[in-house]
Design a protein around this ligand. Structure first.
Ligand code: UDP
Length: 234
């Protein structure tokens, strides 16, 4: 894979704390991504917002406004992670689908691709810019737009299971799975809107555990122990 989109959940940034940022965790991610950049792999990043806010969990606030707060949470996350990436020696750019004045740059495909070819890590912050979507959707959408070779889905669990491994100790992990199965069995690898987008545009995903040592680098280098979501015609 030459050009990848790495998706990190908001919770992944929080480490054990579950909320806010955990510098050790993010620095660990940064060092792995630096290794990929140094080897000529182009890396774009989408980060969720769950360490701060989820639109649908608010019962009092209008959903559109609640989702806007969620999108802004992802902007905070991307600015934070981008700065840690700079600290470990990478060049970065944070792109948003809406204007954040001088805090970020406005997203365009051309700007993103130009940055990637200049060895910059490109952060797609602010989701799709629309309520009722998620960073799963923006992950797949941006991956398609930049013509990525695939999506690296770093999760709290180390792959896709037939049932929740935290609840069912006999849950079976899949090595490989078709996107059609993900949709039919509602496996929730990414949400349904994102799954359909993946299927229609044939964007493969590699799902793995972020907590496993060196898992991002290992995934790219073929030492992959997670679940591959394939998107062939059949
Ligand atoms: N969000 C949105 N549109 C997008 C992306 C995100 O409205 O295109 C909002 C939504 O409120 C979501 C929050 O931002 O709950 C954080 O995004 P994430 O994908 O982490 O949310 P999750 O799927 O965990 O709720």
């Amino acid at each position: 894979m030459k050009r990848v989109l790495l998706k990190l959940s908001g919770e992944a940034l929080a480490g054990e704390k579950k909320t806010g940022f955990d510098e050790m965790t993010v620095t660990g991610v940064a060092r792995q991504v630096k290794q990929l950049i140094d080897e000529g792999i182009e890396v774009a990043i989408v980060i969720g917002g769950g360490n701060f806010w989820r639109g649908r969990t608010s019962e009092t606030i209008d959903r559109t406004k609640a989702d806007q707060i969620g999108m802004l949470a992802t902007v905070m996350n991307c600015i934070y992670v981008s700065e840690i990436f700079r600290y470990v020696g990478m060049e970065t750019e944070v792109l948003t689908p809406f204007l954040c004045s001088s805090f970020t740059e406005l997203f365009s495909k051309d700007r993103a691709v130009k940055g990637l070819t200049e060895k910059k890590v490109i952060f797609f912050a602010g989701g799709t810019g629309h309520p009722y979507f998620s960073t799963d959707t923006s992950t797949v959408l941006r991956a398609i737009e930049i013509e990525a070779d695939g999506i690296l889905l770093a999760k709290a669990v180390d792959g896709v299971y037939d049932s929740d491994p935290k609840i069912n100790p006999n849950a079976k992990k899949y090595d490989e799975l078709s996107i059609q199965d993900v949709i039919d069995q509602k496996l929730g690898v990414v949400d349904m809107t994102a799954s359909i987008l993946c299927m229609e545009n044939k964007m493969p995903m590699l799902v793995f555990g972020l907590e496993e040592e060196n898992s991002i680098v290992n995934t790219i280098k073929g030492k992959f122990s997670g679940t591959k979501v394939v998107v062939s015609e059949t």
